[in-house]
Design a binder for this molecule. Sequence first.
Ligand code: SF4
Length: 493
Amino acid sequence: MTSPLFPPAPRRLASEDDDHPKEECGLFGIYGLPDAATHTALGLHALQHRGQEAAGIVAYDGEQFHSHRALGLVGDNFSSPDIMNRLSGKVAIGHVRYSTTGDTVLRNVQPLFADFKFGGLAVAHNGNLTNAYEIRKELVQRGCIFQSTSDTEVIIHLIAISEYGRVVDRLTDALSQIVGAYSLVAITQKKLIGVRDPYGVRPLVLGRLGDAWIMASETCALDIIGGKFVRDVEPGEIVVIDDLGLHSLKPFNKAPNRFCIFEYIYFARPDSVMEGRSVYAVRKRIGAELARESHVKSDLVVPVPDSGVPAAIGYAQEAGVPFELGIIRNHYVGRTFIEPTDQIRHLGVRLKHNANAAGLKGKRVVLVDDSIVRGTTSVKIVEMVRNAGATEVHMRISSPPTTNSCFYGIDTPERAELLAANYDLAAMAKHIDVDSLAFLSIDGLYRALGEARRKNEMPQYCDACFTGEYPIRLVDHEKDPVQRQLSLLDERE
Ligand code: SF4
């Protein structure tokens, strides 16, 4: 049975054709609104691009916490009236997740809930703790028993053993022991709490809907419920909302801002506003910079949909070349938690993209995409465009070469698998079989964000996947480079 909240979900097919880094999580929280869980489900639906493998909501009705967590999409799991009626109350938080461990298992699905001596607490987070392995080891030695492989549980245990009394002080104490890039939302019986790490790598915004307060990873999640954007939660800020209103704490040592620059390139939805900038407008400016840096004589500018579209529009406008939809994307194919067979994996890109042959035949084409990770999609897309009759194919990438892995909450392959970490430009062009290949320069990227250039001595953003300069210490990785950040209790061990 389907509720009016979501339309019936399309049948989803396995697809391994998405050669992008994967966002790991989206967060939503609301305080002071009847039907908080229903609004949270809608907010999570708007954040579905940040994680499609699992979703969860915890609500509090003034007496009890209620939780529902499940593998799969928000619309598939939060449509049943029975489930939504059970999640009653005026306070709720929710989470969508993309898994980094081998399996997505239910016990890793957030929000996590724990009963403490001060009462219940539910927490959901987006990002990675770079010392989670170290802390987890210590906690296990002290007798803590972990139920999941999630970093969130590390935070919960640190709160549990803190010697402070008030929940906010316990949380502050816990967070002062962790290193990493994170945003989190939490609820207690009396509060909604939101936090960004001191460097502000991962996003979190504050909004209002009437008298209710909202927190979300992106502003598009406020829009879907008619909420109004108030401001970004600041780097290093703990925002506490209760019946007396909003309280802001800044208990951590100040750190330089290092917002994730890849949010602007790919992760965030184009209709979101991040740090005061329209993501769509930034992507168009990125495309214009790309055209100024590396335009080549051509007949058409064609985006690799959907993520390449805004940059391709900016490129085409700057270069004065017609923009055409030369590749059509099937929107009913997405990631799935069902492992695809080799045969389906091989079909890959044809499930998701198809060349629009009528427009491509006999044309010199500039293809615009946002990034190349392994290069697997690029090879197939270029072959498809050539088979459709294009006479030349020039690939333009609206980011610098991705040469390093992310340790801050984005799932990227190991360096050894990153095309740009292993090949120079000419070899990459040969590998994906294009007539020319160009990436946006790092300064071009910063110009698109309104900066004169990247300040190499104090970069304005986290750009480590392009530069290898990690602003936050990789504590676990420094000690053991092969140990994955999250997998002390790997599901397969
Ligand atoms: S390494 Fe790249 S993807 Fe990761 S936080 Fe930094 S800019 Fe974002």
